[in-house]
Design a binder for this molecule. Structure first.
Ligand code: F6P
Length: 329
């Protein structure tokens, strides 16, 4: 796969931002595919924090044995505020070059890609991204690592909640992750058969939500599940429950699933995605590509310029929102 005159001999790899199931699969693929093609791979611990402090070590085939099935990331991850400083980035690249690192693969979300983009534009340091976030909110790819696992984790939880909701004829508000985007909530809501789904992309009043619960009761459904996306900050479900009670005397129990969604063994889909994306990222870098993310469109991997990945042009499917309403009837 290697271009004859590739300047890339040693690559660094790090995970950045919130961890997501499948990061380990991607890391394993970067290491094994890299080594199989005569590259050296430096594993950087704790994201950009490790990058700026030269916390890295050489990876070998064995160092990534038996990690494909593990959630989290063996490299650990971080959200690094210092990396926002130009001088810090400049010093970090200088040190990386001195250590023989020729390029960097970043497994993370849009914030991490903004940082990677600057390494390229400011220093021409080769960077390739792999979308690792449960939120699935990155433009240019139909899937991000961890989304599938997070949705399945949340649906597992909802199935359990439904048992107790039904036994007590209760209404539950189940808050799911997705930082200001409703992709997780929409898939979980449909897959979990929710009576209502509350998304940041769609305004819905408390009165409307109350009406949906009352309609369900009227139709003989004595228990309801409302799936709510966390929005900008977790905890909105508590306020909603308060309002439902104060204004409509509807008692709703709240369950914030939280970080449970992000943990656990990745699904087969996320393992496959991580494996394919990891190899593609190495391949792209060796072939002179930089400032791009590996995405998937249909069943193919694509390379998407970083500037496009952060455009937030990824739209939630309105037809699925409508479908969810029809199915809840
Ligand atoms: O971006 C991934 C994500 O899991 C979001 O869904 C969530 O809002 C956020 O990270 C939680 O962040 P933290 O790990 O800092 O609690």
């Amino acid at each position: 796969m290697k271009k004859k005159h590739s300047k890339i001999r040693t690559i660094g790899v790090l995970c950045s931002g919130g961890d997501s199931p499948g990061m380990n699969a991607a890391l394993r693929a970067v290491v094994r595919y890299g080594i199989a093609h005569d590259l050296k791979v430096l594993g950087i611990t704790k994201g950009y924090t490790g990058f700026i402090h030269q916390h890295w070590e050489m990876m070998d085939r064995k160092s990534v044995a038996n990690i494909i099935l593990r959630g989290g990331t063996i490299l650990k991850t971080d959200r690094c505020l210092d990396f926002h400083k130009k001088s810090v980035r400049a010093r970090a690249v200088k040190k990386a070059r001195e250590a023989g690192m020729d390029g960097l693969i970043v497994i993370g979300g849009d914030g991490s890609f903004r940082g990677a983009h600057l390494l390229w534009t400011e220093h021409r340091f080769p960077v390739v991204g792999i979308p690792g976030t449960i939120d699935n909110d990155i433009s240019g790819t139909e899937a991000t690592l961890g989304f599938d696992t997070a949705v399945n984790n949340a649906i597992d939880a909802i199935d359990k909640i439904r048992d107790t909701a039904s036994a007590h004829e209760r209404t539950f508000i189940v808050e799911v992750m997705g930082r200001n985007s409703g992709y997780i909530a929409l898939d979980v809501g449909i897959g979990g058969g929710a009576e209502a789904i509350i998304l940041p992309e769609e305004k819905i009043s408390v009165a409307d939500i109350a009406q949906r619960v009352l309609d369900a009761i009227h139709k003989g459904k004595m228990s309801s599940i409302i799936v709510m996306a966390e929005g900008r900050k977790s905890g909105g479900s508590m306020r909603l429950a308060d309002e439902l009670w104060k204004k409509y005397k509807i008692e709703a129990k709240v369950c914030i699933i939280g970080h449970i969604q992000r943990g656990g063994s990745p699904t087969a889909r996320d393992r496959l995605l991580g494996s394919v994306m990891g190899a593609k990222a190495v391949h792209a870098m060796v072939n002179g590509r930089s400032d791009v993310m590996v995405g998937v469109v249909g069943d193919r991997e694509v390379l998407v310029p970083f500037v496009k990945t952060v455009q937030r042009s990824q739209k939630i499917r309105k037809d699925l929102i409508e479908l969810a309403k029809d199915l809840a009837n």
